[in-house]
Design a protein around this ligand. Structure first.
Ligand code: HEM
Length: 433
């Protein structure tokens, strides 16, 4: 039977739902599923009506649905003043498809090997600085690693004044975006008023000056075709009509890649270390297999980390036409929300779902619609292959430095840092030996 009303959900006022959501989103999702079933409705301030989904068939229907009727960019509007109107994250419909087509080739899985040496060197140099015998937090270390990797692999920068300046300026902007108070302030100001806020305008002007200088220098070099970095490939990319990307588009996409790819990968790596440090048998197996030049277990560790501790808990699409999901006829304007968190905890797909068990992926490869840390369909994370490869390279280097142990007795809780779900104490560990 089809119902046209919204699925059930908590009846408490929107302000209260919002308050609980911002403090304990994953707990709230789990409780609602227990109480209301696979499909339920939440009402969150600034977000509107969310219909949360965790049934694989519903999620497949959303990911394979017509992107002209399921918008994803709209919901990211708050990032407009930073990323700019051409950002892939903000576009929808035909514009999104055209821009995505242009940006896909440099992120193709087969290209990733060319970044191996670069990623290994950066990881090794960082790990060599880690102290022995004193506790330290892994997440900031991983932020340094992923920022450096993006600056080199995406921007194609080598050591020098320009890299040093960009590192400092970008770090400042990125830190703001992971500061929950700053993000709450941006939301309160709204995307129209943010650019008029003087400290914000000054910071963005400094970042823009540096990025435009990199673009101009690369255009002037004129040898983009021979370089491996992503900016050079984007400079050479052409639409079907032969036109390329403007400087403004390039600037917006470079910032998008940085914002989308840096914090997320750093957090995923921090979780992998946090989990491995508490499972010495798995860390040992990883170290032994990596030393033997095998990568099967390494890949399984990456899959399992992203399953059990997804860095982003959900993705959403705004309906531009009515859609029937989970037995409900949903109306235009409703946001349908595949829950990454709930999908990854389905006991029918992942028995004993709370356990960290990389072995579960040795015999079963991850399913397209049941392992969804990178979302899905035409909006699936552009940098998914890049992130997975980066995690593999960095974890292989870390595993070589065993034994790593946890610095705290209890497993770290999940802590929401603006957008990403991070380890509460930044994955505090201790190296012995
Ligand atoms: C572990 C690391 C990462 C995670 C968990 C992650 C997760 C995600 C998710 C959930 C989405 C939204 C997908 C959807 O709506 O269906 C997304 C989109 C995106 N990600 Fe990632 N991401 C990661 C790393 C990266 C990296 C390294 C880059 C680039 C260097 C990147 C670039 C992007 C871009 C450009 C989009 C927008 C795609 C579009 O709208 O067409 N991400 N990511």
């Amino acid at each position: 039977m089809t119902q046209s009303a919204l699925p059930p959900g908590p009846r408490m006022p929107r302000a209260l739902q919002t308050a609980i959501w911002f403090r304990r989103a994953q707990w709230m999702m789990a409780e609602c599923r227990k109480r209301y079933g696979e499909t339920f409705t939440l009402t969150i301030a600034h977000e509107g009506t969310w219909v949360m989904l965790s049934d694989p068939e519903d999620i497949k229907a959303v990911f394979t649905g017509d992107p002209r009727l399921l918008y994803a960019g709209e919901a990211n509007g708050i990032l407009l003043p930073i990323l700019g109107e051409h950002s892939l994250l903000l576009l929808d419909g035909a514009e999104h498809m055209a821009q995505r087509k242009l940006m896909l080739p440099p992120f193709h899985g087969a290209r990733m090997q060319s970044y191996r040496a670069l990623m290994t060197d950066i990881a090794r140099a960082e790990i060599e600085r880690w102290p022995s015998g004193t506790p330290f937090r892994v997440r900031p270390r991983m932020q340094a690693v992923t920022l450096e990797i993006i600056l080199r692999a995406v921007f194609g920068l080598d050591e020098g004044q320009r890299l040093a300046e960009l590192r400092v300026e970008l770090r400042r902007v990125l830190d703001r975006l992971t500061n929950p108070r700053w993000v709450a302030f941006l939301i309160a100001l709204g995307p129209e008023r943010i650019p008029q806020f003087p400290p914000f305008a000054r910071e963005m002007a400094r970042v823009d000056r540096l990025i435009y200088a990199v673009i101009a220098a690369r255009r002037a070099e004129g040898n983009a075709g021979q370089r491996e970095d992503i900016l050079s490939m984007l400079l050479g990319a052409e639409h079907e009509d032969g036109s390329g990307m403007s400087d403004r588009q390039l600037r917006d996409e470079l910032l998008t890649l940085l914002v989308a790819g840096h914090e997320t990968t750093a957090t995923a790596l921090a979780w992998a270390v946090e989990r491995l440090a508490r499972h010495p048998d798995k860390l040992e197996r990883l170290a032994a297999e990596t030393r033997a030049g095998e990568d099967r277990y390494l890949k399984a560790v990456v899959y399992e980390t992203l399953r059990l501790r997804p860095v982003i808990s959900l993705v959403n699409r705004t309906l531009k036409a009515p859609m029937r999901l989970g037995g409900y006829d949903l109306q235009v304007g409703v946001k349908v929300v595949p829950s990454i968190y709930l999908m990854h905890r389905r006991p029918d797909i992942y028995p004993d779902p709370e356990r960290f068990l990389p072995e579960r992926f040795l015999s079963n490869p991850p399913g397209t619609y049941t392992w969804i840390p990178f979302g899905g369909g035409v909006r699936r994370c552009l940098g998914g292959a890049f992130a997975q490869f980066e995690m593999e390279v960095v974890l292989a280097e870390i595993a070589a430095r065993t034994p790593i142990g946890p610095a705290r007795a209890r497993p770290e809780r999940v802590y929401r840092r603006a957008i990403t779900e991070t380890p509460r104490h930044d994955a505090e560990v201790i190296l012995s030996g």
